[in-house]
Design a protein around this ligand. Structure first.
Ligand code: PGA
Length: 256
């Protein structure tokens, strides 16, 4: 299976943006804008917008995801949201291990693994984020780091569950900075991720898994990034908040 047989996945990561009312208005613009897409279209919204998003996207080609999930099923974890709470709402996807969660909320490879396992057990599709910061890139340890982030995130994930995993390569230095990885840099690391998946799960699994690039992907640079053989889609922050920009990226992925 090569790139042509893997479905491209374009996922918006809205981060801490949009009230539920504003989300409804943006989704009204998105629905017609991405209607004819030949790729998987996902919007990951804040928890407070999920019910609205699920309701609005029902019967459309837009799938709804959350931006994080707790690993326990229930209990005394004030402020947290469980995987069952998400699936009960009709949410299909969740992001785990976003670098902002790692950086500002003390998430570690181990908690990312626990969240990933809990989400998969509940039947969610999981977008697992990995990526190096600028210092790590300058130290020349990008590949080692991303390999170990990927390995730890996938500990205990069965071959069957892997079908519900997408890996997003997001160099931290490219997130929200307007500074994008070159297509060659994105390709190199996405290929390294595919290789480690192959080592863990075999060649077929490696060929089947979707690997996204994320970090300042926008209408101007998406075509080149998405044309890379190991880049199967994008995790889009800033440009996912504008229907016209997001739809250009969806269109580029549909052609790829
Ligand atoms: P950005 O965010 O597109 O705004 O750089 C990407 C992300 O954090 O997922």
């Amino acid at each position: 299976m090569d790139k042509r047989n893997r479905k491209a996945v374009i996922a918006g990561n809205w981060k801490m943006n949009k009230t539920a009312t504003e989300a409804a208005a943006l989704i009204d613009q998105l629905i017609p804008a991405v209607q004819g897409a030949d790729c998987e279209v996902v919007i990951c919204t804040p928890f407070t917008s999920l019910a609205t998003a699920v309701e609005k996207c029902r019967g459309t080609n837009i799938h709804v995801g959350a931006e994080n999930v707790h690993f326990e099923k229930s209990g005394a974890f004030t402020g947290e949201i469980s995987a069952d709470m998400l699936t009960d709402l009709g949410v299909e996807y969740v992001i785990t291990g976003h670098s902002e969660r790692r950086q500002y909320f003390a998430e570690t490879d181990e908690t990312v693994n626990k969240r990933t396992l809990a989400a998969l057990a509940a039947g969610l599709k999981v977008i697992v984020c990995v990526g190096e910061n600028l210092t790590q890139r300058e130290q020349g340890i990008t590949e080692e780091l991303v390999r170990s982030q990927t390995k730890i995130a996938l500990l205990g994930v069965s071959a069957e569950q892997l079908a519900n995993v997408i890996i997003a390569y997001e160099p931290v230095w490219a997130i929200g900075t307007g500074r994008t990885a070159t297509s060659a840099q994105a390709q190199e690391v996405c290929a390294a991720i595919r290789k480690v998946v192959g080592e863990l799960y075999g060649e077929e699994a490696a060929k089947g898994i979707s690997i996204q690039y994320g970090g300042s992907m926008n209408p101007g640079n998406c075509a080149e990034l998405l044309a890379q053989p190991d880049v199967d889609g994008g995790l889009i922050g800033g440009a996912s908040l504008k229907a016209d920009q997001f739809s250009v990226i969806v269109e580029a992925a549909s052609k790829g």
